[in-house]
Structures are given as structure tokens and as C-alpha cells.
Design a protein around this ligand. Structure first.
Ligand code: FES
Ligand SMILES: [Fe+2]
Length: 469
């Protein structure tokens, strides 16, 4: 991290479209086994998927795998400045080349340098076929038995499209896919000023949850549930928020601007109602301890000083400015530099982006909370859920983290996240009821759900939301 930076000026994204249609969504996308089976070819093998962070494979030869249904992808740092991805399968008789340890989220490690070989190699454990980091075959034992029939083209690893954005490594199994940047727009341009690539994991957890992957992502892509699912937050304000269509696939959500909440600031870093000096500190302490997301220690401590640093009656907008400026100063003193983002842009970018189909980025200038969910086999009632909190750290002081398997409990995650989890299996089961006539998302606050299904229908050929009559 060098110094404070100015807003990135990139191409301007197209204007966002407000969602307003009252629609209903059928339950097949959530509960049908046929739909879940069809997703492999129609969806998962066609889209860009977020698979991990660039910093997880810092050295040449480092690798991670990513599993999506029947496909396992081997992602490897092939050169100092190049990442490659291959289907994780041996060309000989199809053995998985790199095994995922039992109970682990994925495989990770460093390809060994076998005796007598120049560089790192992947060796199949079955008959010893071997591959270099470029995916080329470097050894076939008794190759002469094939009498020249084994051509190089058919004995190398099969390539997968790979690219990076935001500090993440993305893959796409479709050989004819569009470039990643184009796929991500306008999210990439809107989020670039937040410099997400500079953030590092604070914690990361995953689990196998008893709901469809869409139920899991939809637990976090709207603000409508906050008032009821997280009632404690009602002490500190109204958490009413909008949803907008963003480009061909994505959407974002954000809180409404509120005079009480500090002028036109719509972002995640917001002050409480009433005496904002006091309520902001309360809300920050609660968020830090009970959610373990959406804030950093510097912000919590700066909030707790507000009552001593500002006179009673300070308008909320000033409390917000003072709080953010003093936390920014504290962080700069320890070598952590938040990007400078124009407040109007912060408001427009909202609190979270839903990257089609299954990734959510809850961004801010100094921390973020991201969720992803994907199928767990072809059982529509299960998914692999993961969440990670990232923040800025002084150079060299990033914590060493791993993916920790966690049951969906308050003890394993946090109280606030367990409130969200408590709805998931209940929704999955409830939707199967004979008495349920379909999902009816709030047209203003839950528009990201309708948008997800509108876009899913383009890939799946079924399940488009219908007008609610
Ligand atoms: S399956 Fe890999 S060497 Fe035989
Ligand atoms: Fe929630």
C-alpha cells in the first residue's frame, strides 16, 4: 500500500435501472432436482466464478483448487506474473490429479520438484503421468508402448479461462466466454475506486447448509429483513434500502439517504439516530462484537471517542465526518491508507453488489464482507456457503488465515450471522409446502432477488419472474 490515492477514473458505467415491478417467482429454481441438474451445463459451465484470492498463491508453483459440481479446477501460479487454470484431471484415465483432503474446502499447496526434474510438476498418483506448470506432459511411463500414437495435444492438461479482478481469481469453463472485465461491468468500474485488491482476509469460514444456494445468497441481497431478523439494529435507525439493476447481470443494494443518518451518506459506514455521538458508538461496538463484520477496530475506537471529542447537539452529518476523519487519521498513523472516494460515488455504489450468479461483495473504503454459495452435489436442498471479512492492514501485518469449516451456529460464526442463517433451512422447507404460491419479493427493497431470477432464466431457459396479479 503506498499512499492515499485519488478516485480511479474509468469508463462510466451505464445508468442503473431502478427495480419496481411487482413479480412472483416459482419455486422450481430452489427445489427442483431437474433444475439443479440442468444448472451444471446451462449455468455453472457458462459463467465467471470467483475462486479465491491472488495472495493465496504468492509463489511460482503454489496452487489451489476450486470445485463446482463435477468439475474441479486447478489454479496455479505458473510464473511470477502469470496464473494458469486447468481441469484438475489426469489425461491418462481421468484420475483427479490433485486430491482435496477429506473435510477441506479445497486443496492448496505447492507443486513439488521431483528428483531429476527442473521445475515444479504435478504427478498423477495412479500411473505416474506428470505435468509441468504450463500443463504440458513431461512424463509418460513406457510411452513407447503407444508406438507414437500419444500426441502432445492429448496428453497435456486441459486449459480453463482464468483472469483476475478486485484481488480475486476468476475462472470460466466456457471456452467461448466473454472477457472477465466485460462480464463484470458495471460492477468493476463502480468498485475499482474502493481498491478491493488491497484488502486481506480477517477471517474466512465455510459450511454445508441445508438450503439451495439461491436461498443462501438471497438471505443477504436485500435490506428488507433487517428490521425483523436483526431487531437490535432498530435501536439505531431505519435500515430501509433500495435495489438496482446494474448492467446485463448484476445488481446492487444500498440504504436510503437519511437526514438523521448524516446527510446524503448512504453507505455502510453510517451514524446512529438520536445523539449520534452515543448511538454510533453503541452500534459500532455491537457490530464489532456480535457480527464481527462491516467495521474495523479503528472505526469502533474512533466512535467510542466521539462523546469526548464533540459537544452535545453536534448534527449527525458532522458526527459522521468527524468520526470517519479521525479513524482515517488513526489508520494512516499505523500505515493503513484508505482510498479517497467521492461521497456521491460512495452513495451510488451502495452497500453490496450481487455479482451474477453467486457472489456478493459488501464493500467499503477499509473493509468488506463477501458471501458466496454454490451447489453441494445435485441435492437442491443443500449448498456450500462461504463468507469472508477482509480489511486493510499495515504492510506485512496481515493475519494468516485458513478456510475454517463451521456449522451454522452463533458460536461458530457470530450472533448476527446466525440470525440470517436461522431463516435459510426454514425457507427451503417452507417453499415446498402445497400452500405456498411462490416468492413475492418486495419490488423496492428486494429487487436483487427478482433480478437474479430474471438473469438466471436467460441461462436456464425457465423460471423467469412473472407479473404479480
Ligand atoms: S490416471 Fe493418471 S497416470 Fe493413470
Ligand atoms: Fe442479515
Amino acid at each position: 500500500m503506498s499512499s492515499t490515492v485519488e478516485i480511479t477514473k474509468g469508463p462510466q458505467p451505464p445508468a442503473a435501472e431502478e427495480l419496481s415491478d411487482a413479480v412472483t417467482i416459482g419455486v422450481d429454481a430452489y427445489i427442483s432436482q431437474d433444475y439443479a441438474r440442468a444448472e451444471r451445463d446451462k449455468l455453472w459451465r457458462k459463467v465467471w466464478l470467483q475462486t479465491g484470492r491472488i495472495e493465496e498463491i504468492p509463489n511460482v508453483g503454489d496452487y489451489i483448487t476450486y470445485e463446482i459440481l463435477d468439475d474441479s479446477i486447478l489454479i496455479v501460479r505458473r510464473a511470477v506474473d502469470e496464473i494458469a487454470a486447468y481441469h484438475n484431471v489426469c489425461a491418462h484415465r481421468g484420475r483427479r490429479l490433485v486430491d482435496t483432503p477429506r473435510g477441506a474446502k479445497h486443496a492448496r499447496g505447492h507443486a513439488p520438484v521431483p528428483e531429476g526434474s527442473k521445475g515444479e510438476q504435478f504427478t498423477c498418483g495412479y500411473h505416474g503421468w506428470r505435468y509441468d506448470l504450463a500443463g504440458k506432459s513431461t512424463r509418460v511411463i513406457y510411452k513407447e508402448d503407444w508406438k507414437g500414437a500419444l500426441k502432445n495435444e492429448c496428453i497435456g492438461l486441459s486449459k480453463v479461462n482464468v483472469d483476475t479482478w478486485g484481488g480475486w481469481i476468476w475462472v470460466n469453463l466456457d471456452s467461448k466466454c466473454e472477457p472477465l472485465r466485460q462480464y463484470l461491468e458495471p460492477a468493476a468500474t463502480m468498485l475499482d475506486p474502493f481498491q478491493l485488491q488491497n484488502m486481506r482476509y480477517r477471517w474466512r469460514k465455510w459450511g454445508i447448509f441445508d438450503c439451495n444456494w439461491k436461498v443462501a445468497v438471497e438471505a443477504f441481497n436485500e435490506t428488507y429483513h433487517v428490521e425483523t431478523t436483526h431487531p437490535e439494529f432498530n435501536n439505531w435507525g431505519k435500515f430501509r434500502g433500495w435495489a438496482r439493476v446494474q448492467g446485463a447481470r448484476h445488481s446492487n443494494i444500498g440504504y436510503e439517504a437519511s437526514k438523521n443518518m448524516g446527510g446524503d451518506q448512504e453507505a455502510k459506514l453510517r451514524v446512529g439516530t438520536g445523539d449520534a455521538r452515543i448511538t454510533t458508538a453503541e452500534m459500532q461496538r455491537y457490530t464489532w462484537e456480535k457480527a464481527q463484520t462491516n467495521t474495523v477496530q479503528t472505526l469502533v475506537e474512533a466512535a467510542e471517542r466521539l462523546k469526548d471529542e464533540l459537544p452535545e447537539g453536534t448534527p449527525p452529518g458532522q458526527v459522521l465526518q468527524h468520526w470517519l476523519a479521525s479513524a482515517r487519521r488513526d489508520d494512516e498513523a499505523r500505515g493503513v491508507f484508505w482510498p479517497v472516494v467521492d461521497p456521491a460515488h460512495v452513495s451510488k455504489s451502495g452497500t453490496a453488489w450481487q455479482i451474477f450468479p453467486n457472489f456478493q461483495i459488501g464493500h467499503s473504503v477499509n473493509n468488506m464482507l463477501c458471501y458466496a454459495a454454490r451447489p453441494y452435489g445435485y441435492d437442491p436442498d443443500k449448498c456450500i456457503f462461504e463468507a469472508a471479512v477482509y480489511q486493510l492492514y499495515p504492510p506485512g501485518q496481515e493475519p494468516q488465515t485458513e478456510w475454517v469449516y463451521s456449522e451454522a451456529t452463533a458460536e461458530a460464526w457470530s450472533y448476527v450471522l446466525s440470525q440470517d442463517f436461522s431463516n435459510m433451512a426454514a425457507v427451503q422447507q417452507g417453499m415446498k409446502s402445497q400452500g405456498f404460491s411462490g416468492t413475492k419479493p418486495n419490488p423496492y427493497m428486494e429487487g436483487a432477488i427478482a433480478n437474479l431470477h430474471r438473469n438466471l432464466a436467460k441461462y436456464m431457459g425457465t423460471g423467469a419472474p412473472r407479473e404479480l396479479k
